[in-house]
Every structure is written in structure tokens, then in C-alpha cells.
Design a binder for this molecule. Structure first.
Ligand code: SGN
Ligand code: CA
Length: 531
């Protein structure tokens, strides 16, 4: 009798294990590169239409105040992978090393019996760890005929446009996976990163649209010296040949990055070049004939930038549509969490800029949409201050994986399912890539739903305070105003508490600075020796 009982108990345990395995959701994490929330129609903007990304909002949740902890590519990706701030995971800037040996979200899923894959851009040195399969763009990746790094570090070139090449690999992996196991898939489009090279299908899409300049396009940066010294102005820093495709065959249009533009063009095959020329040559001819200067030139640049940038997003949106259709067609849509986000936001002419890096809203925030029919009601809007820091623990929570205690992010599972009202009321930010491209100084800061306090340091010591309710465009730095004394003190106190909580401080920043200076010196010496 006892033996029978044991067998029955064992059978029940086995059944419940397979049942709970079956219940474990699949996760598809789609993260594009530099996609501004302003360029997603579900966020209410009118610049473009993103019907497929919008499906995630209609069928699930849209986050209106999602932010990154460090608005630059590789560091943001490291935060997303580890659930730890940059000063803990060690990836401060796009340059330097990354320790793939540390724990990451894919390793946790793999350990829990998932099939794991990463396909697309990751922008990290070294070979990804934690994935059964990876095929990642070399460095930033190319729009046309991109190279991928695959298992064992092998490089493989794929012919075609990046969005298609990446989707085709995603589909092949999904087709070939073991059906009885759940999967964790990171699908990382390259677009809409600089230099915004569209696919021919969308060349004409925005050609008849005249885009209105954003309200702050001609910002004077009053009381914001750190903002004033950046080099990411559309009018001043955007290169005609490289960024705006005015690479005339006659070589008359000058640009600092003309050679880089030529290299991108040379990479295309003859059919790709023919289609490219057919579209851009008449635009180049018209541009030359107009001989624009000053404000008219700035406006023209903005419009060209927007047309190309938005066109590349259409291809990303198509990829999201293909993925959602695939899940439906294969009966996977009910049990799969689909997330769409970007590695950070981007300026679309606000403050006169392109690029990111600053803790101001457009680059601090990032799009975040999430669908999971089993626990997220269609049409949910979440305005809590979630961050990319929280992605890893959230996915683990949904999958029933124990969240390691050293993870700094928090699971927002309850926030999307039951509307947890105890979510933290702040978000913390750090940025280190300075001196560097676009000249945005090192800074850190804290935001609440209403106020934002930022400290720029290194070769400056500038504090900024914004009242986001009264000043959503962040053009009025109220840090020194006497009427904001109480708020200023309250925010400083909060900042100190938060830095202590996460383990960040000035001494650590000094240490990082020292290391950066030493690395720079070593690089210089190496270069000198090489010459
Ligand atoms: C490149 C771009 C920059 C961009 C950084 C970081 N220049 O260096 O404009 O800020 O990447 O972008 S480019 O001439 O190479 O296009 S990130 O998304 O990788 O962080
Ligand atoms: Ca990026």
C-alpha cells in the first residue's frame, strides 16, 4: 500500500511539474536602437504611424514614464541584462570592457530550462553568454549587408536590408526551436540609429510631409551651461553628406564625414545603389540649386533628418508585426510576453538636437509597451516610474524564477497585473561618457513624477532643477530660485538617500574618472608607439 502511495505521489509531482513548465510564459524582448517615444503613434504623437507597435498598447500596456538609468547604448543594454546600475555592472560607456562572466537575465532563464537566443544589436565587446544561440551585429551594425558575430566568434555577412536580415534570423530560430520548452528571445533591431538609412520600400513615405519645428528647436540654453556646450545640434553638427545623404557625385558638397558616407554607400551592391541614387539624386540636385543658408538650412536639415529617421522606423514596425503574426499563427500569442522598448529615447529636434545622453525627458525616457493576455488587460496605461533596471527581475517574476538578491531593479509584474500602488516614487540616473562624442558632460540625477534634480560634474559643477508640471520642456532651471528652496532641499535629501540605497557616491565617480584618464593615457602611449 505504502509503495502504491509513493508511486501516486511521485506521479502527481511529475504531472504538476510538467503542468507548471507548460504554464511558464515565453518572453520576446524587442529592443530597437534610439527609438524616440515621440515617434510611436500609441504615445499620441502625430509624426508617424506605427500600427504594429501600437498593437501592443491596444492588446496590453503602455508605460508613459519609463526611463533608462544611463542614456547610451551599450551601458543601457548592460543594465537591462544585469538588472544593476552602470556603477555596479561596470559598463559605464560605449568604450571599455564588459564582464560577460557576471550573472545576467538570459543565464537565469537558461538555468530555469528555457531556450535562450539573442539576435540583432547588442554593442558589447566579447561573446554573449547565457544564450543557446546568438547572432549579433558587429559593433553598431550596418543598415545594408550587415555583418554578424555568431557562435565561436565567427563573422558572417548577410545580404540585404538589416531589418529583414534580423527578422529572418528570428523566424528561423523560432521555427527550429524545441517546441516542448519555453523560450526567452531577445530580438534587437538596429534602426533607427544614426545614420538613418531607410529601405527602398519607404523612401517616398515622408517626402511630401513638411515637419513643423518643435517648440524648443531654437533653445537659447539660458541658465543651462552644460546643455549649451553639447555638440548634437541639428543646425551645427549634422553632417550634410553623412547624416543627410547629400553625397553628390561631383564632390562639391563638403562634410567632415564625407568619407564615412562614401564607405556606407560603397557597401551596397549595384542594385541597392541604383535604388538609392534614384531616390536621393533629385533631392541632392534640388538642394544644390536652393543654396540654403541660416534658418532655412536648419529647417531643411530637420526635415531631411525626420524623413529618414521615421522611414527606418517603418521597417522596425513591420518586424514587430511579423513577430506578432507569427505568434498568432503558431498558437503562441496567449502564452508569450511581448515587450517593445528602445535602449534609450532620442531628440527629434527638441532643444535643437539629435542624439541622447542627457537626463532631459526625450532621452531619459524610453518607449515601453508590453502584451501578455494572461495577466495584462488590453488598453492598460501605466504612469509609474519604471526603468530598464527593472526589466530582468520583472521577466523572471513572470516566469516564476527566483530573483537573485543582488539585483537592484524591482519586478513591476504586480504593477501591470493588479495596479500595485506601492511602486517607488523616484528614478535614478547616471551618465559617464565624457569627454566624448557630442560633448555631454558627466552627470547624475533623480526624478520624481514632478521634479527633477541634475548635477553636472567633472570639469563643471552645475546643478539644475525642473518643475516638470509647470515646465515640461525643461527650459527653466529653477535651482537657485528662493521660492523653490523647500523643494530643492527635499530633492537633495532624496538624492542622497537614493545614492546610498544603490551604492553610488562621489568617491566612486572620482575612481571612475581616474580609471578613464589612465586608460586614455595608455591609449595615447600605444598610439605613439605604433607610429
Ligand atoms: C556613434 C554615433 C553617435 C552616437 C553614438 C552612440 N556616431 O558613435 O552619434 O551618439 O554612436 O550611439 S556615428 O558617426 O558612428 O553614427 S549608441 O546608440 O551606440 O549609444
Ligand atoms: Ca542607442
Amino acid at each position: 500500500m505504502k509503495e502504491y502511495l509513493e508511486i501516486i505521489i511521485l506521479a502527481l509531482v511529475l504531472i504538476s511539474c510538467t503542468e507548471s513548465k507548460k504554464e511558464q510564459p515565453n518572453v520576446v524582448f524587442i529592443m530597437s536602437d534610439d527609438h524616440a517615444y515621440q515617434a510611436i503613434s500609441a504615445y499620441g504623437g502625430t509624426l508617424n504611424k506605427t500600427p504594429n507597435i501600437d498593437r501592443l498598447a491596444n492588446e496590453g500596456a503602455i508605460f508613459t514614464r519609463a526611463t533608462v538609468t544611463n542614456s547610451i547604448c551599450s551601458p543601457s543594454r548592460a543594465v537591462m541584462l544585469t538588472g544593476k546600475h552602470s556603477f555596479v555592472n561596470g559598463r559605464l560607456a560605449n568604450s571599455g570592457t564588459f564582464d560577460w562572466g557576471q550573472d545576467n537575465v538570459a543565464k537565469q532563464f537558461k538555468k530555469a530550462g528555457y531556450q535562450t537566443a539573442m539576435i540583432g544589436k547588442i554593442h558589447m565587446p566579447g561573446l554573449p553568454q547565457g544564450f543557446d544561440h546568438f547572432s549579433v551585429l558587429e559593433g553598431q551594425g550596418k543598415y545594408y549587408n550587415p555583418d554578424f558575430i555568431q557562435e565561436g566568434g565567427k563573422k558572417k555577412r548577410y545580404h540585404g536590408y538589416c531589418a529583414h536580415v534580423i527578422w529572418n534570423q528570428v523566424k528561423d530560430w523560432l521555427d527550429a526551436r524545441e517546441e516542448e520548452k519555453p523560450f526567452f528571445l531577445m530580438y534587437h533591431p538596429k534602426a533607427p540609429h544614426r545614420t538613418w538609412m531607410p529601405e527602398p520600400k519607404y523612401f517616398e513615405l515622408f517626402e511630401d510631409t513638411e515637419f513643423e519645428l518643435p517648440q524648443t528647436f531654437n533653445d537659447d540654453y539660458k541658465n543651462r551651461p552644460s546643455a549649451a556646450k553639447q555638440k548634437m545640434s541639428i543646425a551645427e553638427d549634422m553632417d550634410l553628406c553623412y547624416d543627410l545623404k547629400m553625397l553628390d557625385k561631383e564632390g562639391e558638397i563638403k562634410g567632415r564625414y564625407r568619407r564615412n558616407a562614401q564607405n556606407l554607400y560603397n557597401r551596397m551592391d549595384s542594385a541597392q545603389r541604383a535604388a538609392w541614387d534614384k531616390h536621393y539624386e533629385p533631392i541632392i540636385a534640388e538642394f544644390k540649386a536652393q543654396n540654403l543658408k541660416g534658418e532655412a538650412l536648419a529647417k531643411w536639415k530637420y526635415n531631411r533628418y525626420m524623413r529618414d529617421y521615421l522611414s527606418t522606423i517603418q521597417s522596425v514596425d513591420d518586424g514587430v508585426g511579423k513577430l506578432l503574426d507569427y505568434l498568432e499563427a503558431n498558437d503562441l500569442d496567449e502564452n508569450t510576453i511581448v515587450v517593445y522598448t528602445s535602449d534609450q529615447g532620442f531628440y527629434l529636434g527638441e532643444h535643437g538636437w539629435f542624439d541622447k545622453r542627457f537626463m532631459y525627458e526625450q532621452s531619459f525616457r524610453t518607449p515601453l509597451l508590453m502584451k501578455y493576455p494572461k495577466s495584462i488587460k488590453p488598453g492598460t496605461t501605466i504612469d509609474a516610474l519604471v526603468q530598464n533596471l527593472d526589466f530582468a527581475p520583472t521577466f523572471m517574476d513572470f516566469a516564476g524564477i527566483d530573483i537573485p538578491s543582488d539585483i537592484q531593479g524591482e519586478s513591476f509584474r504586480n504593477l501591470v497585473s493588479d495596479r500595485d500602488s506601492t511602486w517607488r516614487d523616484f528614478a535614478y540616473y547616471t551618465f559617464y561618457e565624457y569627454p566624448g562624442e557630442h560633448n555631454v558632460n558627466r552627470h547624475y540625477g533623480i526624478t520624481t513624477k514632478r521634479y527633477k534634480l541634475i548635477h553636472f560634474y567633472y570639469d563643471e559643477d552645475n546643478w539644475e532643477l525642473y518643475d516638470l508640471e509647470k515646465d515640461p520642456h525643461e527650459t527653466n532651471n529653477i535651482y537657485t530660485l528662493p521660492e523653490y528652496k523647500v523643494i530643492r532641499e527635499m530633492m537633495h535629501k532624496k538624492l542622497n538617500q537614493v545614492r546610498t540605497k544603490y551604492g553610488d557616491n562621489d568617491a566612486l565617480n572620482q575612481e571612475f574618472l581616474q580609471k578613464a584618464l589612465e586608460a586614455r593615457k595608455a591609449r595615447k602611449n600605444k598610439n605613439r608607439q605604433a607610429h
